[in-house]
Design a protein around this ligand. Sequence first.
Ligand SMILES: [Zn+2]
Length: 133
Amino acid sequence: MGWLKEGTRSWAIWNMKCPRCRTGNLFPTHTFSFQQPFEMPKRCPHCNQKYFPEPGFYYGAMFISYIITGWFCLAVMGILLLGFKMNVFGAFALLIFICGILFVWFFRISRTLWITIRVKFNSKFYKAQEEKH
Ligand SMILES: [Zn+2]
């Protein structure tokens, strides 16, 4: 799959990497470890890019999160009601359960998308540390 090739923008978003160097992690822990789910370092550990360039920077990520979650819920309900012929209460219970598990991922992918829209990639920083050795 070309769009998930290492070093591409989509790969960096999917793996929640710093948009400038595509090397440092945006979040210190794994999404499904559920430890420090909403913590982000102040700066990229690799290229020192600020992760909070201005106050309220991630306000816009809320709208991305809303759009993703909305379409996701519609899709899941459609599949459960029309595909699996579940009743509405069962489908809603399952949807709430799925959203409970994916909540942190939605939060993180929204912030990743938002900072990737706002911060330019600079190939100078991409894995620059490995070249030094
Ligand atoms: Zn970086």
